[in-house]
Design a protein around this ligand. Structure first.
Ligand SMILES: Nc1ncnc2c1ncn2[C@@H]1O[C@H](COP(=O)(O)OP(=O)(O)OP(=O)(O)O)[C@@H](O)[C@H]1O
Ligand SMILES: [Mg+2]
Length: 644
């Protein structure tokens, strides 16, 4: 302000004469109108598709290609075997170190069904072209934008075309293509096509060169791969990162998830505009026929009931139903009682596979998983699944010093207050790595009162402690908050289901923690008794003039000490003998002595399938790899107890 005082007073402005405004006629404006192609639109708005920063762009490209590979394999009934390779590309001389590189080549290879030759150019170089948009069936992809947008981003930032090799069977030749998008027309431009010799008998390989940034940690390609493995135990994946060692993730579940069926839309889920369009497009000749054949859960009886409520003739021609009549029909549908949609269109991961995934990738002491029964939002069926991995692996717990260097102040909690739970979110088996705060899953975790289950939690924040919370939403249509598919939108029904699943996991965790605490205190008590038994035996013997059967008395007293301190139960809870986490369904407890509960590891011929995690997962589980203690890794056994 003082500086301003020293300025000379501003000259009083002369009354300005506004310059004459250029006027534009409607004809001139009309001449400027032009169609905008979808590719041009998304070139300008690439942030809508997840290409807003170089780091995120790298992840999005990998994710789109991997999601497609897994979708294709599963749809064709093939156990997926996917190779992901990310290389730093030289911008002139030798390739720079990955952390400084700004250009990457991404290659994703699958053993899927392959793609027929004619379809390759539009799939990879035409936006809004795909096989999944027009059907109601659970799949990772939905929109028909994913892979062509990734290719377009590469083209935009490096000028390089997308390279595709695909083969549909060992008897068919492999086709190689180089394609780019003609963004003006949203049509593919083929730069190269030929038949080549390819070692794979079947599958697809796509290579893109893009501008990106590689950095490990949260929301990185590495994290995406690790989380993908947790929710997709049936996938074999090889990841060749731009630096460091290749990671091999073996399959830990030797079965494909059940193939989801395609369903018709449920009447409660459609909007008026959609109903109008369906009335125009239907092949049925009568209104009741249209209702019964184009929707799920509408029987001829229900169709008749709807027509009656709408005061429309069941024999009316669907095309003639518009205006007020269509609105009446829409209202009648909403007020008629119709069965919930069928749920065979969904393929939840299932408790055993969630447990297997969490157990393999995250170190902990307690694991549990819950799959909720199907529910419906806006007419779309969905299933919520939740899981928990709690604590540190026994060997890590042993490494942490029992007593802190600085004594705790009065009232100070002994727990590690700085460590909070990590949430891993999934939609149709795809990890969601961005926008956690906008996601319904995060909101439901925050709204759950974790203190009820013995876990510390400050108001409005995540529960404290070493804990990973897994939540999966499986649906024919996941309501994402944007096209980049990062966060799940708020719906009451979804919130309720997530909350119920989390509470069940929480209850089991609470039961585990309570029991373990009780067992610990009983065990301490028993140790104290045992400490004095020898004294007592000797004293009694002296009183009896040395004529007592001391060995027998010692034995009896030891038995009594065990009995009054919880007996075998205490041993069991502390893992000193093993019979599984009783009363805790779909749970695993890990103790220094072994693993309690079923570790679902299904391998061909019952051979051990699970390998040690090749790399420690991202924080907070970025702990030392699990030690095998010479007894090897979890062996596939049908029994309740496994020793490691
Ligand atoms: N690796 C592959 N193997 C076989 N078919 C594939 C493969 N990748 C893509 N496709 C086919 O190409 C189509 C277009 O893929 P794209 O990723 O553009 O869209 P999408 O997966 O349908 O939806 P989204 O935009 O949500 O990813 C897919 O629907 C699928 O039919
Ligand atoms: Mg896709």
């Amino acid at each position: 302000m003082e500086g301003m005082k020293s300025h000379p007073p501003a000259p009083t402005p002369k009354p300005a004469v506004p310059p004459p405004r250029a006027t534009v006629s409607a004809v001139e404006m009309g001449a400027r109108q032009r169609e905008i192609s979808v590719s041009e639109f998304f070139t300008k708005n690439r942030h809508l598709l997840g290409f807003d920063s170089p780091r995120k762009a790298l992840l999005t490209c990998v994710k789109e290609a991997v999601d497609n590979a897994l979708d294709a394999c599963e749809e064709a009934g093939i156990l997926p075997d996917v190779v992901v390779k990310v290389e730093a590309v030289a911008n002139g001389e030798a390739p720079p170190p990955a952390s400084q590189a700004s250009r990457f080549r991404i290659t994703v290879t699958d053993n899927g069904p392959g793609i027929v030759r004619q379809q390759i150019p539009p799939i990879f170089a035409k936006l809004l072209y795909g096989s999944k948009f027009h059907r109601l069936r659970m799949s990772r992809g939905q929109q028909g934008i994913g892979i062509s947008a990734a290719g377009m981003y590469g083209q935009l930032t490096t000028g390089k075309p997308v390279q595709i090799t695909s083969r549909t069977s060992a008897r068919a030749p492999a086709h190689y293509f180089e394609v780019q998008i003609d963004t003006k027309k949203n049509e593919p431009r083929i730069l190269e096509k030929k038949q080549i010799a390819w070692e794979s008998p079947r599958g697809t390989q796509v290579t893109m060169e893009i501008e990106g940034r590689y950095q490990k940690g949260r929301a990185s390609v590495d994290e995406y791969i690790e989380q993908t493995i947790i929710a997709n135990s049936h996938v074999k994946l090889t990841y060749v990162p731009p630096e460091g060692e290749t990671k091999e993730y073996a399959r830990s579940y030797e079965q494909l998830p059940p193939a989801p069926r395609e369903i018709k839309p449920h009447p409660y889920g459609i909007e008026l505009g959609m109903l109008l369009k369906m009335l125009q497009d239907t092949r049925s000749h009568s209104l009741s026929g249209f209702l019964a054949s184009d929707f799920s859960r509408v029987s001829p009886n229900v169709a008749a009931e709807i027509c009656k409520a709408a005061r429309l003739s069941p024999n009316a021609r669907p095309r003639d139903v518009h205006g007020q009549a269509a609105e009446n029909l829409y209202k009648a549908i909403q007020s008629t009682k119709i069965m919930a949609p069928p749920t065979n269109c969904l393929s939840p991961i299932g408790e055993p596979a969630i447990l297997a995934g969490l157990y393999r990738q995250i170190k902990g002491e307690f694991y549990t998983a819950v799959t909720r029964p199907p529910a419906v939002y806006r007419g779309n069926p969905f299933v919520i699944e939740a899981g928990l991995a709690f604590g540190r692996a026994p060997e890590q717990a042993a490494q942490t010093p029992a007593t802190k260097a600085i004594p705790l102040a009065e009232g100070e909690a002994e727990k590690d207050d700085h460590e909070v739970a990590r949430i891993i979110r999934y939609a149709n088996r795809v990890p969601l790595l961005y926008q956690p705060a906008a996601c319904e899953i995060t909101k439901a975790v925050l709204d759950t009162t974790w203190r009820n289950y013995g876990v510390a939690q400050s108001r409005g924040s995540l529960p404290a402690g070493p804990m990973v919370i897994f939540v999966h939403m499986a649906s024919v249509w996941v309501p994402f908050t944007s096209e980049s598919k990062e966060a799940i939108a708020e719906y009451d029904e979804i919130h309720k289901e997530i909350t119920l699943a989390l509470r069940e996991c929480g209850r089991r965790l609470g039961a585990f923690l309570r029991r373990r605490e009780r067992a610990h205190s009983e065990f301490r008590r028993r140790n104290i008794f045992e400490l004095y038994i020898e004294e007592i035996v000797q004293s009694c013997n002296r009183l009896k003039g040395g004529r007592l059967a001391t060995a027998k008395l010692r034995d009896q007293l030891l038995k009594m000490a065990t009995k009054i301190t919880g007996g075998g139960k205490t041993d069991e809870l502390l893992g000193k003998n093993g019979s599984g986490p009783e009363g805790l369904p779909h749970s695993i407890i890990v103790t220094p002595e072994g693993v309690e509960g079923e570790v679902p590891v299904v391998a061909p011929n019952g051979a051990p399938a699970a390998e040690e995690p090749v790399a420690p997962p991202a924080a907070p589980e970025a702990r030392a790899p699990r030690k095998t203690k010479g007894k090897a890794t979890p062996k596939p056994r049908a029994g309740r107890k496994k020793k490691r």
